[in-house]
Design a protein around this ligand. Structure first.
Ligand SMILES: *Cc1c(COP(=O)(O)O)cnc(C)c1O
Length: 368
């Protein structure tokens, strides 16, 4: 039996009857950009996250760029980010002329370490972008405390954590702003690209709305350089339908994670992901850690047996392209260690228990 790392067709089959008439309505009514479909989705999403505002944009990357600019980050400002994340977290900072400063992560949660944040603050530091990596919330209480003490703004990279909770609060509602992605593999996904910014600040909401539309305060009254970054009506339709199922989708992911963790309980070499007290993990990825001398052999072993796996992320961001050489590996020991140990297994709502057992059995077989 082969097990896919991801399969969107199964989800489509489940929502097809609900979705297709709504898509056809959009196609025939001709309102493709903006309008009620978008504002309804923005309101529903804000309500879901428990924030006052939500502003739809073109991607999670744009959600980061626009929220950084909306909070007033400028060229030369330093923004602390984890190195163990997707490239876009740091890329967004650099693309507005600011400087990403790489902090280390916690070995258990794999999220940014508040102590490492504190060690990287200087007079040029303006903001922190914690990433709720793989669906586990970052240590927001400690991060907000460090930010408050130093007058810094916190923007949550919530691209992998829609629906995740920290002491009952949704990811994206805990910092000054939250950035979400609706890329097709994310827990809430569009049929293409999409993203959204959440915030309780009227100012950030207003600035974000201007920035997503060429810096327009009113139509053809452009106050500043912005972007063309909109969430279109077709995507808002897909997202509105799926938002109603999101808690169900996330609970299925949690069920799968629990089953994996049970099956790995007796294998000493496999460390399952953890969920700290008070956290609600949404398992965007189910990422195990194995001894680094085994990791690549295990990937090959699983590949030969047609089990789809991936390494998120094999090269920490501080070593990639424009960021190479900015930070010594020895300053980010946990990041370096995780890059050699992590392995993400198939996880998506429609994954079947027999498929999970097949993946786990194959890993058990490797270590036998
Ligand atoms: C997916 C992702 C992004 C970027 O989102 P896009 O919609 O692909 O632009 C940013 N940060 C993290 C952590 C992500 O997983």
């Amino acid at each position: 039996m082969s097990v896919p790392i991801f399969n969107l067709k199964r989800q489509y089959a489940r929502i097809k009857d609900e979705l297709e008439p709504k898509i056809l309505d959009v196609l025939s009514n001709g309102m493709y950009i903006g309008g009620k479909i978008l504002s309804d989705f923005e309101n529903d999403f804000a309500r879901y996250c428990g924030t006052r505002f939500a502003i739809g944009v073109n991607s999670g990357t744009d959600a980061l760029i626009i929220s950084l600019r909306a909070v007033g980050i400028k060229s030369g400002d330093e923004v602390i980010v984890p190195s163990f994340t997707f490239f876009a977290t740091a890329e967004a900072v650099a693309n507005i002329g600011a400087v990403p400063v790489f902090a280390d992560v916690d070995y258990g949660t794999m999220c940014i370490d508040p102590k490492s944040i504190a060690n990287n603050i200087n007079e040029r530091t303006r903001a922190i972008i914690p990433v709720h990596l793989f669906g586990h919330p970052a240590a927001m209480d400690e991060i907000n405390a460090v930010a408050l003490e130093n007058g810094l703004t916190v923007i949550e990279d919530a691209c992998q954590s829609v629906g995740s909770l920290l002491n009952g609060k949704k990811a994206g509602s805990i910092g000054a702003a939250g950035a979400f992605s609706f890329y097709p593999t994310k827990n809430l996904s569009a049929a293409g690209d999409g993203g959204i910014i959440t915030t309780n600040s009227e100012h950030i909401a207003t600035e974000s709305r201007k920035l997503r539309s060429h810096g327009e305060a009113k139509r053809y009254n452009n106050e500043m350089l912005g972007y063309n970054s909109r969430l279109d009506a077709i995507q808002a339709t897909v997202l509105s339908v799926k938002l109603k199922h999101l808690d169900d989708f996330n609970n299925l992911r949690r069920h799968h994670a629990e089953l994996y963790s049970q099956l790995f309980a007796d294998i000493e070499q496999v460390k399952s992901p953890i969920e700290l007290n008070g956290m609600h993990h949404t398992y965007h990825q189910y990422t195990i850690r194995v001894p680094s001398e085994h990791r690549d052999n295990l990937v090959r072993f699983l590949g030969e047996r047609k089990i789809g796996v991936a390494i998120y992320y094999p090269i920490p961001v501080h070593k990639l392209g424009p960021f190479a050489g900015t930070t010594d590996d020895s300053d980010l020991p946990i990041t370096m260690r995780l890059a050699g140990e992590v392995l993400s297994l198939p996880i998506f709502p429609e994954l079947r228990d027999d498929e999970i057992e097949e993946v786990a059995d194959t890993i058990v077989q490797y270590f036998d």
